[in-house]
Design a binder for this molecule. Structure first.
Ligand code: ZN
Length: 85
């Protein structure tokens, strides 16, 4: 009986170590061109800072946009005639 308990503990320990390693696999599916990915991240970051990321569909719209280019939702952007609430 003790052997079974030890076996279960070892199995749990091994799977605890292997599981994160297996979960890391999706990183291999990232775009082949890291530069393109970095550009995408940079543009999304700029949109986040500008407040032009759509609440509804999460699209990053160009800075200065007042409406989402994807779904048409009005963006919550602070402008001269539309101060942020
Ligand atoms: Zn949208």
């Amino acid at each position: 009986v003790e052997l079974i308990i030890v076996g279960v503990i070892v199995l749990a320990a091994v799977s605890a170590v292997l599981f994160p390693l297996l979960r890391r696999r999706p990183a291999d599916v990232l775009p082949a061109q890291p530069a393109a990915l970095e550009d995408r991240i940079a543009s999304y970051r700029a949109a986040l800072l500008a407040g032009t990321v759509c609440d509804r569909c999460l699209r990053d719209n160009p800075e200065g946009s007042r409406y989402c280019a994807d779904c048409g939702r009005e963006l919550d952007v602070a402008t001269a005639d539309n101060p942020a609430s």
